[in-house]
Design a protein around this ligand. Structure first.
Ligand SMILES: [Mg+2]
Length: 209
């Protein structure tokens, strides 16, 4: 085998981000489903800015509830309850990307060590993988808030390699973000594959492994 281990991004690679986000939003603010698009636009912009180093993921987790609650004209006191409700709900959301479980099954059957590699809260991402029934496929989960650095920071990948006891050439990174997953991993000397959901499925992505 060319690689010993596969690092796999979570959102929009294994779990479907938009339906998960909508579900958590509707649980956090059930009286106003019509505000989802605004919420999604605000959080999307902030996460995109984080990819380019303008904020840390930890900062974004506080910023988007603040901006959203202000944008819908709710008082500042509403920020914290909304934030907590959204996070609690988010930890249960687990819509799978089609083929995700089958991909993990195939890779494990072929003998690869599997690790999740994601920018978020560790306990929430593990909870989501568990709800989706795919946590047992992973030997460990490397989540930015636990690791101390966000992808694409090279130190995220270096720390993940250190924890797994692997060399860069032994690992392949798979993810849907050219910035955080592909370029980030490559800068750490790790081969990476871009998961382009519009044009390919997960099976095609790993067919030659
Ligand atoms: Mg992703």
């Amino acid at each position: 085998m060319r690689y010993k281990a596969i690092f796999i991004d979570i959102d929009d690679t294994l779990l479907d981000y938009v339906p998960c986000c909508r579900e958590a939003f509707n649980m956090a603010l059930p009286e106003h489903p019509e505000h989802f698009d605004l919420f999604f636009a605000i959080s999307g912009r902030l996460f995109s800015e984080a990819k380019h180093g303008l904020h840390t993921i930890a900062e974004v987790m506080d910023l988007y509830p603040q901006e959203f609650i202000a944008a819908i004209g709710y008082p500042e006191e509403a920020v914290e309850p909304f934030k907590q409700a959204f996070r609690a709900a988010w930890g249960t959301t687990h819509t799978l990307v089609p083929g995700a479980k089958e991909m993990l099954e195939t890779l494990r059957a072929k003998g690869y060590r599997l690790f999740a590699a994601s920018n978020s809260f560790g306990h929430l991402q593990r909870s989501r993988l568990e709800h989706a029934g795919i946590l047992p496929y992973f030997e460990d989960t490397y989540i930015s808030m636990d690791i101390g650095y966000d992808k694409p920071d090279i130190r995220f990948y270096q720390e993940a390699l250190r924890r797994a006891g692997l060399q860069p050439h032994e690992v392949l990174m798979i993810g849907d973000s050219m910035t955080t997953d592909v370029i980030g991993a490559q800068q750490a000397g790790i081969d990476a594959r871009f998961f382009d959901r519009k044009n390919a499925d997960l099976y095609q992505l790993i067919a030659d492994l």
